[in-house]
Design a binder for this molecule. Structure first.
Ligand code: NOJ
Length: 554
């Protein structure tokens, strides 16, 4: 694999910067103990020691933090609570010295309401050119211009003091920009170049599928997005695809063709990964046509239940669609927006699509089961063709913190849902590094921005390092072995026939096989194979127990 094509096989570590490590002991935004660039630099060796290829860092730009940094005031600077632009440049250089590439996070659908453009638009009033950069409209009667709803709950429109309404598909502090406006397009292109000129290797694109809105902004009506399966002749089928007025519109691809040309004008070329929650793999791979984006998060895999048929279906659909456009798939189990997979897999009942904490809270769970399945899922994920993502803390086996006191919750979902949805804070709790009690070496400040549980002493990097049975050592071992195994990463996969409904078994080339047992009874391993790595111990007679996976040399 040429170094230009590194992204086709890469494992990328997600740094949720506010929760990775606090290097300066302050962080007045959210109580003391907010992670920052200094903290990230102080622990780059942890990331390098895992054996990953790159980092993706969540937004670090100046922001009032209405949505944890996804409300940006200035795309070409660094939030003072996280550090400075020169620290950011030093971090990129230090990552490169360790052979780690760096992806940043660009937020093109909306700005902060404190972005100079929006401040100007509010002041300038209806009909002004400044308002053209956003989506302002008169209301319909006394109400908003249409029936669109915000992703965080409530209407997607807020009324300005002069009576006009502005669109925000997320929080009111995140007004949507108007991608039909040439100045908007030119400015985001400048932002890409600004960071590419500083050595940044690429971008994750926030809500990549939302930028373009249907002219006339018609009501959504009864159009469900993402589509839901309906029963037809005794089978579950997806209703035919219909264009949605603001998600995944075909016109958005034109933007990414422009972005691709910018990325390709650099040497080495820069890369993109799309965050696009579209409702089926075929729509996703439209973003990955050869002149568009390089990769996209594969949420179809993330939302699949821990069952043989569920995962097999997600993998098959993914592979079948990606091959058509020649793009490598990615495999992702967790991120800062979903319940940590250890806690999802811990649920006795596995229901497709359940990734929001709110939908899981009432379901009984067993973290030991979740841990065992997460170990098995790691070998599956790293054995599949293409690239993979690791969300900080999953390498420690962190569970979701499901019982954060409601008075510390910061996710806008909590307020916007009228206190009915706890939101995403439970997967954002600061990383435990060392010691026996909070703040576990995360900060020198007295508190962390979200409180850490008291029972995480065994889950610190310090406690797990060197313990061969720990999640951390499994990650290190598997990632290093993956790197050394030429069959892994980009390339084809061949299923083994007759493995059984609860078993996934596949070959990668002639020299590597992976078997995952999602059932409860042990299964025999193929005769004559050598075990390279197992997620947990085999049975005394060498069979693969339930919720266990193994890498083999056939
Ligand atoms: C997706 C991000 O991952 C999420 O954290 C954020 O709230 C929304 N986009 C809005 O920017």
């Amino acid at each position: 694999m040429s170094s230009e094509n590194w992204w086709r096989s890469a494992v990328i570590y997600q740094v949720y910067i506010r929760s990775f490590r606090d290097g300066d002991g302050d962080g007045p935004c959210c109580g003391d103990g907010l992670g920052d660039i200094a903290g990230l630099r102080s622990r780059l060796d942890h990331i390098a020691s895992l054996g990953v290829d790159a980092l993706w860092i969540n937004p670090w730009y100046p922001s009032p933090m209405a949505d944890a940094g996804y409300d940006v005031i200035d795309y070409r600077d660094v939030e003072p609570r996280f550090g400075t632009l020169s620290q950011a440049e030093e971090l990129v250089a230090e990552a490169h010295e360790r052979n780690l590439r760096v992806l940043l996070d660009i937020v093109p659908n909306h700005t902060s309401d404190q972005h100079p453009w929006f401040v100007e638009a509010l002041a300038a009033g209806p009909g002004s050119p400044a308002r053209e950069r956003y989506i302002f409209r008169p209301g319909r009667g006394d109400g908003p211009p249409n029936d669109w709803v915000s992703n965080f709950g409530g209407p997607a429109w807020t009324q300005a003091p002069d009576g006009e309404w502005f669109l925000h598909l997320f929080a009111p502090e995140q007004p949507d920009v108007n991608w039909e406006h040439p100045e908007v397009r030119a400015d985001f292109a400048d932002t890409l170049r600004f960071w590419f000129d500083r050595g940044v290797d690429g971008f994750r694109i926030d809500v990549a599928h939302s930028l373009i809105k249907e002219p006339g902004l018609p009501d959504v009506g009864d159009l469900v997005y993402p589509r839901e399966y309906v029963e037809q002749d005794g089978e579950l089928v997806l209703p035919p695809w219909r264009p949605h007025p603001h998600w995944d519109r075909d016109e958005v691809h034109e933007v990414y063709r422009e972005w691709r040309a910018i990325a390709d004008s650099y040497s080495p070329p820069r890369v993109f990964v799309a965050e696009a929650w579209v409702d089926e793999p075929e729509r996703l791979t439209h973003y990955l046509r050869p002149d568009e984006l390089h990769t996209a998060f594969n949420f179809n895999y993330l939302v699949a239940p821990w069952t043989g048929p569920g995962l097999r279906k997600a993998i098959d659909e993914t592979l079948a669609e990606h091959v058509k456009v020649g793009a490598p798939p990615t495999w992702v189990l967790s991120n800062h927006d979903v319940t940590r997979h250890l806690s999802r897999y811990a649920r006795a009942e596995q229901i497709p699509g359940r990734h929001r904490l709110q939908d899981l809270l009432d379901m009984p769970y067993d973290l030991a089961v979740g841990t065992r399945r997460s170990r098995a899922a790691l070998l599956l994920t790293l054995g599949l063709p293409g690239g993979a993502y690791v969300y900080q803390g999953e390498e420690l086996g962190l569970p979701e913190v499901e019982d954060l006191p409601t008075d510390v919750l910061q996710d806008p979902t909590w307020e916007r849902s009228g206190h009915t949805e706890r939101g995403r804070d439970g997967c954002r709790v600061p990383i435990p590094w060392s010691g026996a009690a909070p703040p576990y070496g995360f900060t020198t400040a007295a508190e962390t921005w979200l409180p850490q549980p008291n029972d995480w002493a065994a889950l610190t990097v310090e406690a797990e390092s060197g313990d061969p049975s720990s999640m951390l050592e499994l990650y290190r071992h598997a990632l290093h072995l993956r790197r050394a195994t030429k069959e892994l990463g980009d390339g084809p996969l061949r299923w083994r026939a007759d493995a059984g409904e609860d078993v996934l078994a596949f070959d990668r080339g002639e020299g590597f096989a992976c078997v995952v047992n999602m059932g409860s009874a042990p299964v025999a391993l193929p005769a004559g194979a050598t075990v390279l790595l197992a997620s947990d111990a085999l049975t005394d007679d060498g069979a693969l127990p339930g919720d266990t996976s193994v890498w083999l040399k056939p």
